[in-house]
Design a protein around this ligand. Structure first.
Ligand code: GLY
Length: 557
């Protein structure tokens, strides 16, 4: 009887015990490409801000300290999860083609695509979305006024900071183009050449621009005196922006792409990003295999075949959702993936030219990503960009920021390769007021016990990097390990697996070649992934910042 009572008591106790899962992390985690940006985020959390205020601070600070990657003259996707009401949304602050956009402006006298015009100088620049996003996020999701959340970035711009080796390396790559523009060279080539490490970049004009945004919000940048100065300056150096273009620019709230993978909800970027749809296709295909048991070359082969199929679709169907009708529901459906999976031979590569032909993506390589979980469990995954390093390499005097070269993310001439030897189609043709297709893939993976916030720069390789990061997380890798892992990539065309140095052993390479794959090892590593995760069972928060970047910093506190 006693025993029975004890047993009963134990059962009651077990039932009455709270589920171990913590409702809130209690601490915050921020991983970004720069220590000063991560610190800016924590500074704003310390002022009583939430993850969205911290995102404003990190985003703006990156705009100052990583001018090669993103900035006030660029665009961004901010994926948000708000705990209070469960709202999940992506702020689309992608650049917009100006009203005067005409694909012919990128052609030379012979009608050939003139790459110089699409990546260098003012014709390469779309209307910036970054300032609008900072204001929108602060006003609709934050708790603090912009004066507070932009304060760290304003201070960094005014007092200066020492650009890191990565910034200077990219400056070296772009110096000849920067030297053509008086505004950009005054800022970045102070003595007519690339400064040595230790040089302090002070940018009072950018501090003033940020102050105007802090004081006057959206209108302060997109209309009135500031807009007139910007448009006049762009016209003076050969661009075609108008006041009406700036007045039209709006942040769009987009419903994220949401799908299930191994009992977890994946929340990711919808069009005008191609990332979420391609990620859904790849994970849906791979869901049909027990990857926990498939290792080595056999697994790489299946992942590559999933990549190949998703990238084929990505270029054929996707573009700006306000202009292009897309079969999104079909593309992300498990049934569609099952059909694609059925076409994969377990041991033989499918040559890309045996699949219905289309084009591969064409996004630039420099961009930046940061991930945030705050003490309440609000999430932000943000990827922001000016496209190629230092964007269009022009600065309108008095503004302090580089214009983006995002117009090159359009398929500027059907069938003609872009800067990366790639081509695109109608769904992503340049038209007035359209937003160019992107690969930026800020993503959350939310399971019953764990949450991951992940993303990376890296042009067309962004999506496969996010895929590999998620697969590694399911294999048990901590954020620091999964951001540091070696990478491989396939994007349908060219029909090769790109690999970083030492991604595969000699034996693995040989086996992949025997399956019919062609491998191409690049000189440089790629990506700069920043990820954080939260284990609700143990309460642990972790962060990882890619060791490929010199200043990346993940902190938990
Ligand atoms: N410009 C890089 C991307 O949007 O994918």
């Amino acid at each position: 009887m006693m025993q029975l009572r004890r047993y009963f008591l134990a059962c009651v106790l077990v039932l009455a015990l709270p589920v171990h899962a913590a409702e809130k992390p209690g601490k915050a985690a921020i991983a970004s490409a720069h220590k000063l940006a991560t610190e800016a985020g924590f500074e704003v959390l310390g002022m009583g801000g939430n993850a969205f205020d911290a995102a404003v601070a990190v985003s703006a600070a990156l705009s100052v300290v990583e001018p090669q990657s993103s900035g006030i003259g660029g665009g961004a996707f901010f994926l948000l999860h708000r705990v209070s009401d469960g709202r999940q949304v992506m702020l689309d602050a992608r650049e917009m083609a100006p009203g005067a956009t005409d694909a012919r402006q990128y052609l030379d006298a012979k009608g050939e695509l003139d790459r110089d015009k699409s990546v260098n100088g003012p014709l390469a620049a779309g209307i910036p979305g970054e300032p609008a996003a900072l204001v929108w996020m602060a006003e609709h999701y934050g708790k603090l006024p912009l004066k507070k959340s932009l304060a760290p970035a304003i201070r960094l711009a005014r007092n200066g900071f020492a650009p890191d080796a990565r910034s200077l390396m990219f400056l070296g790559l772009r110096k000849d183009v920067i030297a053509r523009d008086p505004g950009a060279s005054a800022l970045f080539l102070p003595k007519g050449t690339v400064p040595v490490q230790g040089w302090v970049l002070k940018n009072p004009d950018l501090a003033k621009t940020l102050e105007i945004i802090a004081d006057k919000g959206h209108a302060g940048f997109y209309s009135g005196e500031y807009a007139t100065k910007l448009v006049d300056g762009v016209k003076k150096i050969g661009g075609n922006w108008s006041l009406d273009d700036l007045a039209r620019y709006q942040v769009k709230e987009r419903e994220p792409i949401v799908f299930q993978y191994r009992g977890h909800q994946v929340v990711t970027a919808p069009p005008p990003s191609s990332g979420g749809i391609a990620l859904a296709e790849m994970l849906n295909i791979l869901q049909g295999y027990d990857l926990s048991k498939i290792r080595g070359v056999e697994r790489t082969h299946l992942v590559v075949e999933a990549m190949r199929r998703a990238y084929r679709d990505r270029a054929e169907y996707l573009g700006d959702p306000d202009f292009v009708k897309m079969p999104v529901a079909e593309l992300i459906s498990p049934l569609y993936a099952a059909g694609l999976r059925a076409s994969i031979h377990p041991k033989k590569a499918t040559p890309s030219d045996s699949l219905p032909g289309f084009m591969a993506p064409a996004q630039g390589t420099d961009t930046t990503h940061f991930s945030i979980i705050d003490a309440d469990g609000n999430l932000v995954a943000a990827t922001q960009t000016v496209n190629l390093p230092y964007g269009a390499a022009v600065v309108v005097p008095g503004t302090g920021f580089l214009l983006n070269n995002e117009m090159d993310d359009f398929a500027l001439k059907a069938g003609v390769p872009n800067a990366y030897g790639l081509v695109g189609g109608d769904a992503n043709a340049p038209r007035p007021y359209r937003r160019p297709l992107s690969s930026m893939t800020p993503t959350f993976v939310v399971g019953p016990e764990r949450t991951l916030v992940i993303g990376t720069p890296g042009g067309s390789r962004i999506i496969t990097m996010v895929l590999e990061g998620i697969l590694a997380w399911f294999d048990g890798d901590a954020p620091q390990k999964l951001v540091d892992n070696k990478r491989y990539h396939h994007q349908f065309l060219p029909d090769v697996i790109s690999i970083e140095k030492d991604t595969f052993s000699l034996d693995e390479r040989k086996q992949l070649q025997q399956m019919g794959h062609t491998l191409s090892e690049g000189e440089r590593p790629w990506g700069f992934m920043n990820a954080v995760d939260w284990n609700r069972q143990s309460g642990e928060l972790r962060g990882g910042s890619d060791s490929r970047g010199v200043s990346g910093t993940a902190l938990v506190k």
